[in-house]
Design a protein around this ligand. Structure first.
Ligand SMILES: NC(=O)c1ccc[n+]([C@@H]2O[C@H](COP(=O)([O-])OP(=O)(O)OC[C@H]3O[C@@H](n4cnc5c(N)ncnc54)[C@H](OP(=O)(O)O)[C@@H]3O)[C@@H](O)[C@H]2O)c1
Length: 254
């Protein structure tokens, strides 16, 4: 019987996969037989992770590049295509947050947040899309957030970037559906990673979040894998432009 969630031998590029959710995605897909390209800006950290995963007999490769650097993105995507022969699935996961009240927000920090979270997603997708178009197929999965829908004090630039990711997802889906490319997004709730360290280390935030979330707890990165596998596999071949929230019910509740 054909396993509609099968990702075996699929070539997957995951940006920002040297820590947190991206690393969990990389491990989850590699465990299921995918050929995974890991990425981050720090070459040393990347090589260490690639070696550790290779020791587990995972089929992984590392390509260090900054998703905001257009030339580096283009060169790296070309090298991946030359080395591995294709990219079947792109996960636009790399992201940052800088927290400060909006009226005091540093303009360079605004550019950094938008440049990585939104423009970086556009740049990597634009570099990979011609290959998927030529191949007449592919899956692009963008990583949004609760802030694709909701504001929260001190993270307005992040919310603007993630709201942008939601609309970029829809736009790319509409433009590229005719080439059999499905572009969808995952909107994670709150998961403990480097990015959310200032939040889970704050007892007041912790207690607010658990009360605010119907499931009453933080998510574990492994709990995003089901959504990822769905959007990365044949199971979602007629799903396009969709934002799949994995949030313990947070968005369903006031
Ligand atoms: N954790 C959550 O609860 C949560 C919730 C909603 C959405 N998200 C989203 O999920 C994604 C991953 O977040 P995370 O929590 O896993 O964060 P994280 O642990 O801080 O990991 C971020 C990753 O992105 C890489 N990165 C950052 N800037 C980059 C750039 N310019 N080019 C290439 N790689 C870059 C980092 O590596 P280097 O620094 O070495 O480059 C790292 O591997 C983000 O898009 C975030 O907005 C997270």
């Amino acid at each position: 019987m054909h396993d509609i969630f099968d990702v075996k031998n699929k070539i997957v590029l995951i940006t920002g996969s040297t820590s947190g959710l991206g690393l969990a995605f990389a491990e989850g897909l590699a465990e299921r037989g995918a050929i995974v390209v890991l990425n981050g800006r720090n070459n040393e950290k990347l090589n260490e992770i690639v070696l550790k995963m290779k020791a587990k007999h995972f089929n992984v490769h590392g390509f260090a590049f900054d998703i905001t650097d257009n030339q580096s993105v283009k060169d790296s995507v070309s090298s991946i295509l030359n080395t591995l022969g294709g990219i079947d699935i792109l996960v636009n996961n790399a992201g940052i947050n800088i927290r400060a009240p909006l009226h005091e927000f540093d303009d360079d920090d605004w550019d950094k947040v938008i440049g990585i979270n939104l423009t970086g997603t556009y740049k990597v997708s634009k570099a990979v899309a011609p290959h998927m178009i030529e191949n007449q197929g592919g899956k692009i999965i963008n990583i949004g957030s609760m802030q694709s829908e909701l504001g929260r004090p001190t993270i307005t630039p992040y919310a603007a970037s993630k709201g942008g990711v939601k609309m970029l997802t829809k736009g790319m889906a509409v433009e590229w559906a005719k080439y059999n490319i499905q572009v969808n997004a995952i909107g994670p709730g709150y998961f403990k990673t480097e990015l959310t360290k200032p939040l889970y280390e704050d007892p007041e935030f912790n207690s607010w979040l658990c009360q605010r979330t119907p499931s009453n707890r933080w998510g574990d990165p492994s709990e995003l894998l089901g959504a990822l596998l769905f959007l990365a596999s044949d199971a979602s071949n007629y799903v396009n432009g969709h934002m799949l929230y994995v949030d313990g019910g947070l968005l369903a509740s006031v």
